[in-house]
Design a protein around this ligand. Structure first.
Ligand code: F6R
Length: 364
């Protein structure tokens, strides 16, 4: 059932080209610059929105962070993200002009369900982005969009993160077009990038032997720091979460620009830094952060756009990311999934069932 893989997690990492194809199947109109999504929100409702807010936990929260950036860029709407257990509708907002989107793989996360109930009670319109047909969240919200990633068994979310972000990108195009905020040409480019994503992820997967060797080299480090900006910031957070969950090592994700405001004190020769230098992440600015950590002796592993400019700093290992625009950080993320997996495998951890964690968290 694990299809020859030792762990479901590795199987699910490798399923991503296929699961992403399922996510986008029949939903892209690349030539027309639009998407075909089965959502019932009317054009009028979408045009009157002041704000789209995402509520979610863990990895799904990071998918929400990625999405909020995309919505602000593509749909010209204020977008915010709240950790579901911290949610409160808050003041100074018009619920009738707010769309609250629950991002939840399982559709059963108690914190996310209670956040969406609070939003609904305040009068907001509600939407779920989920992997699970018939899940509790789908019965609570006005409408649902399915990520179609297929069942995920490993406790650590991998393919569902990719499919969540891809689905939310489709939704951003859907909303952007209907708010007359996104031109068809720009939408086409993003849709083309999404169409190229499964192949790009496959290219990353083909580099697994390099990542495995890196993981073996650095497995015994004191801590691991992931950095990125803009769309690569949630990817830094997600890379660190994956690593801590399954390897039990100390890992943190930082907005690259924040290093100098504190975390730099932690950086030494014993703390590898994993940087995402892709499109949609102001890579040229992150270069200076790479130099900052190198000056403290930290080894640097970079997942970088294949066509990155010649001014890029020399690093200990450069992992190429195919050029696919605003979804490049999603391909870079696959390197960090593989890295986390191989560090944990190196240490013989129970990868599919890490200690103290459950696949679906049904208590608040
Ligand atoms: C991390 C992980 C968790 C979940 C979180 C939300 O690998 O799997 O952080 O992302 O518990 O779960 P869902 O998306 O089912 O609401």
């Amino acid at each position: 059932e694990k299809g020859g893989y030792e762990h479901y997690m590795r199987k699910e990492i490798h399923e991503q080209p296929q699961s992403l194809r399922q996510t986008i199947a029949g939903r892209l109109d690349v030539d027309g610059g639009d998407v075909d999504l089965d959502v019932s929100l009317s054009e009028e409702q979408l045009q009157s929105l002041d704000e789209i807010e995402f509520v979610a936990c863990g990895t799904s929260y990071y998918a929400g962070l990625y999405a909020a950036r995309l919505f602000e860029t593509l749909a010209d709407v204020r977008a915010s993200v709240t950790i579901a257990s911290e949610y409160d509708f808050g003041g100074g907002r018009d619920p009738w002009r707010t769309l609250t989107v629950a991002v939840t793989q399982s559709g059963e996360t108690a914190d996310t369900l209670s956040a969406i109930r609070a939003a609904k009670q305040a009068g907001a319109q509600t939407l779920a982005v989920t992997n699970t047909l018939g899940s509790t969240v789908t019965r609570e919200v006005d409408d649902s969009v399915f990520i179609r990633a297929g069942p995920e068994i490993g406790v650590a979310a991998t393919k569902t993160f990719a499919s969540q972000v891809a689905t939310l990108a489709l939704l951003a195009v859907y909303v952007g077009r209907r708010r007359n905020a996104l031109r068809a040409g720009r939408a086409s480019t993003l849709l083309e990038n999404l169409r190229a994503l499964p192949g790009a992820v496959q290219q990353v997967l083909d580099n697994e032997p390099v990542v495995e060797e890196l993981a073996d080299t650095y497995a015994d480090s004191e801590a691991f720091f992931f950095i990125g900006r803009e769309l690569a910031y949630p990817v830094a957070l997600e890379g660190a979460l994956k690593l801590k969950e399954i390897s039990y090592d100390h890992a943190e994700g930082f907005a690259a620009g924040e290093l100098k405001h504190g975390p730099l004190a932690l950086v030494t020769e014993e703390t590898p830094v994993l940087a995402s230098l892709t499109d949609g992440s102001r890579a040229e600015k992150t270069h200076s952060n790479v130099k900052e950590v190198q000056a403290r002796g930290a080894p640097v592993i970079a997942a970088a756009s294949a066509d990155g400019d010649g001014t890029r700093p020399a690093v200990d290992e450069q992992l190429p990311v195919p050029n696919i625009g605003l979804v490049e950080p999603l391909a870079a993320n696959v390197y960090w999934q593989l890295f986390a997996y191989h560090v944990a495998a190196n240490k013989g951890r129970p990868i599919d069932k890490p200690r103290n964690l459950a696949k679906s968290v049904t208590v608040e």
